[in-house]
Design a protein around this ligand. Sequence first.
Ligand SMILES: [Cu+2]
Length: 143
Amino acid sequence: MKKCLRILGGFFWISFAIAAPPPIIVLEHYSYPMSPGQDEGVAYVTLQNTSSHTLTLFQLECDQGEAMIHQTIVQNGIARMEMLSEITLPANGRLTMKPGERHIMIEEPRKPLQIGNNLTITFDFKGYDPLIVMVPVVKRSVQ
Ligand SMILES: [Cu+2]
């Protein structure tokens, strides 16, 4: 019995150690500078699932502050943001973020985000190694 448990333990260790990078291509990644007085930063990515199975994004980390995915919802002309705790990318599907829609919110960055800065954002997908993306802060495009 003891031997059996040890083998089982070894199996779990191996299955954890062989996790692979997620089958994702990063199509877009950018952030905008913060305005004076603003205490939240924002970033946008577009991720393509290159596999034939569903991927689940369950966690984000950012080197500048706490990061989460928000969805902007407009109801009766009033915009509000809702946090998404989990996002699934269908087989060969895409997660698109853009201003006024889905975005990454960075709570109280260590220092205000300015053009030329780079953020490091880590995306955690279930069953895979973390995906680390360098996100440059660029000039806000005219909407
Ligand atoms: Cu937000």
